[in-house]
Design a protein around this ligand. Structure first.
Ligand code: ADP
Ligand code: MG
Length: 481
């Protein structure tokens, strides 16, 4: 047991999935030709004026409501000043004085079945900055290129209170929040594209101590996995500092994912360094009762409610429901299957065991899955009808993931149909008995376990295609009567 307890707070940035940027109509798309999505507004040219994107604002409001925040009825935008080449205006439009929401909360379901509430300090809407690209130069000069496509993309910042106490809570929080943002359809949360980013604030304190220790803020953390690694690194580093009699220095660090370490970037900046002031170009947004009520009424069914419904509507175990609702698109996929064919438990098994593993191996999202819900229905029907065995079904699933072909055509093309013809199976069974007199005699003498070996031999001879439901009674008939 460590003598120290970590105290962790997260600042989460999610890029909103509105069609255009937050203060102009440049498209909000990832991966385009550098500097191709930049109007004079994104370039920060003098004389341009920002106009707030209503969709981006409503998505922010929806999130604030779902996070149970107190909604600021007159919310406003401020300029946060700093100098960097990816920020042409030299200020970022953000919210400081009147953020959209305050004092929210997220409920976590911990592994031991306990619940824990993580408080949300505030949630606010801002614009993203551009990106610096560092190409390799044959002359080994240090080059920096500026790509302003990302400048002005809508960014939602969610700031937690320092309520997380260990890596498990931190991981569950990040996953819960990601799931929620996807449920709310406000962000695709694709971490590999940078649409969900974390800043990890971490301090440690002696177990039993009430006051917080000095925190370090780690930036540049691009995935849940990286955030956990960065936190672990900091816990170990800060423990060593304290154990050797030193003091943790309050600072901002960068996470180096390749080296697996944090590196000091600058001593901590404070709010006054940014010279926040209200942006005179943007009026406050007043949220009326009617508007707020309509947002509350339009909230989609969230994870917990969906889980309860899955258990009662489909009669699947709570565990299954929990896995299926972990992602909205996955839950939709399951429901698509059930609407085509009434075998919820079969679908949930195939999805949880086979499909999720194959998706993970291929680093695919369910939306990109070559095995569509129609194909999984096809596959489950083939197994239920006894056309193919369960084991062959698993192979077919992998094949669909690779080839994108429908399961029935794979079964036809590869001749994978289960052998259910008694006559044909009888020949093989007689062969197996002749070749394995020992086990055959054991089975004949009542030793049930021996059937496993005998069936294994039959499967070997038939490349797994023998129908076990037909073979077993045949063995019994021959050896036990
Ligand atoms: P700052 O003014 O340095 O940005 P804030 O109080 O705004 O600090 O908090 C920023 C983030 O740091 C929040 O997520 C908060 O929960 C977290 N935080 C604040 N104090 C601590 C601490 N002592 N240890 C760990 N995290 C902290
Ligand atoms: Mg901060």
């Amino acid at each position: 047991m460590s003598r120290y307890e970590p105290v962790i707070g997260l600042e989460v940035h999610a890029e909103l999935n509105s069609n255009s940027k937050v203060f102009c109509d440049d498209p909000n798309i990832f991966g385009e030709e550098p500097n191709s999505q930049v109007s004079p507004i994104s370039l920060g040219l003098p004389g341009t004026l920002p106009v707030l994107n209503r969709v981006a604002f409503e998505k922010s409001l929806r999130t604030a409501v779902a996070l149970k925040c107190e909604i600021t009825r007159s919310t406003s935008f401020d300029r946060k000043h700093y100098y960097y080449p990816d920020l042409p205006k030299n200020y970022q439009i953000s919210q400081d004085y009147e953020p959209l929401g305050r004092n929210g909360s997220v409920e976590l379901h911990l592994k031991d079945g306990e619940k824990k509430t993580i408080r949300i300090n505030n949630i606010h809407l801002e614009e993203d900055a551009g990106k610096l690209v560092h190409p390799t130069d044959p002359g080994s000069r240090k080059l920096s290129w500026v790509d302003l496509n990302r400048a002005g993309m809508p960014l939602l910042e969610i700031v937690t209170e320092p309520d997380l106490r260990n890596l498990e809570e931190m991981e569950i929080f990040m996953q819960t929040l990601r799931g929620m943002l996807r449920y709310l359809d406000v962000s695709d949360c694709k971490m590999q594209e940078g649409s969900l980013r974390f800043e990890v604030n971490l301090s440690i304190r002696p177990v039993g101590e009430e006051t917080y220790g000095t925190k370090v803020e780690v930036k540049n953390v691009g995935s849940i996995k990286a955030a956990l690694r960065a936190a672990k690194f900091e816990i170990i580093r800060q423990t060593e500092v304290l154990d050797s009699g030193g003091e943790v220095v309050q600072q901002t660090c960068l996470w180096d994912d390749e080296k697996g370490e944090t590196r000091p970037m600058r001593s901590k900046e404070v709010a006054k360094d940014y010279r926040y002031f209200p942006d005179p170009d943007l009026p406050p947004v007043v949220i009326s009762d009617t508007w707020l009520i309509s947002v509350e009424n339009d909230l989609p069914e969230l994870q917990d409610a969906k889980k309860t419904r899955f258990v009662s509507q489909y009669g699947i175990p709570e565990y299954d429901a929990g896995v299926l609702v972990s992602d909205r698109a996955l839950a939709d996929y399951f429901e698509d299957c059930c609407s085509q064919h009434d075998s919820p438990k079969a679908f949930s098994n195939w999805i949880m065991v086979e499909l999720l593993r194959e998706l993970q191996n291929r680093e695919l999202e369910i939306e990109e899955c070559p095995l569509t819900s129609e194909y999984l229905v096809d596959l489950v029907k083939l197994v239920e009808a006894g056309t193919i065995s369960h084991n062959i079904g698993k192979e077919v699933l992998v094949d669909v993931m690779d080839s994108g072909k429908p399961p029935s055509s794979i079964v036809d093309e590869k001749g994978l149909k289960q052998e259910s013809d008694e006559g044909a199976l009888l020949d093989i069974i007689n062969q197996v008995i002749a070749e394995n007199p020992g086990p055959a005699e054991e089975f004949g003498n009542g030793k049930d376990k021996a059937i496993g070996f005998l069936m294994g031999q039959v499967m070997k001879k038939t490349q797994g295609k023998a129908n076990p439901g037909i073979c077993k009674p045949l063995f019994e008939k021959i050896l036990r009567t």
